[in-house]
Design a protein around this ligand. Sequence first.
Ligand code: HEC
Length: 242
Amino acid sequence: MIFCARSLLTLLFLFSGLMLNAACAAEMRCGTSLAPNALPTPKNQYGEYECRKAPIDITDQASLRRGAAMFMNQCASCHALKYMRYQRIATDLSIQPEQMKQFLQLSQAQLNDDISARLAPDLQIKIFGTVPPDLTLTARKRSPDWIYTYLLSFYSDPSRPLGVNNAVLPDTAMPNVLDALHKEVGDQAFKARIGDLVNFLNYTAEPQQQKRKIYGIFVLLFLFIFLIPVYLLHKEYWKDIK
Ligand code: HEC
């Protein structure tokens, strides 16, 4: 009886932890004002704007590779991924050596180097007034949905020094670097490209997550199966005492 009550309590404890986690994840907001010509974002009951759902899938290697290429070409001039090495990306995402060579050439880096921004920090301060943040862990700090919504929320604002503003991060110092791509490919394809990019940033925030999720299923399976002999053993030990 005591055994059962304890197991129930443990399960309840685990379950409430999971619920709390889900509730916290649902708390993410993407701003309180919507820019006049940014893509529309749904409003929740508090009058705040929900983040858009980023189409991320850690098992989609092709999407991760497209995201990596986009990051190297469009973002790595300003942003670093200092907790990530080129070598790890090449191995995890099975990137072809020729493409890896291209990435390295762009940054004048070696395979074992970590990914630093191509512009020097003092130059960045002169241009933007700030050093663009390292993006390795941003998907964990802000959430993938936040980054996705942020990248889709630039709008032109002549009152800003660079002529652009952002509905999610008002008065952002970041230029709308993807504007040309947006105009070239159109809304739908642009969203898909941003999806790949966010998928990649979600991977860099926790590269081992794919393995962790697979191991997690095996661990839970093992625990459930292990419960049977433990329960039978328990009955055996206590049968004379009760
Ligand atoms: C020309 C330089 C430049 C480029 C290129 C650039 N950014 Fe930025 N980015 C910035 C600056 C500057 C900031 C800081 C904005 C601020 O704090 O006001 C920033 C901020 C951000 C943030 C907000 C981070 C946070 O936690 O506040 C994200 C996310 C981001 N950039 C993603 C990207 C992605 C993805 C790309 C590639 C498509 C990219 N940026 C390309 C300059 C750049």
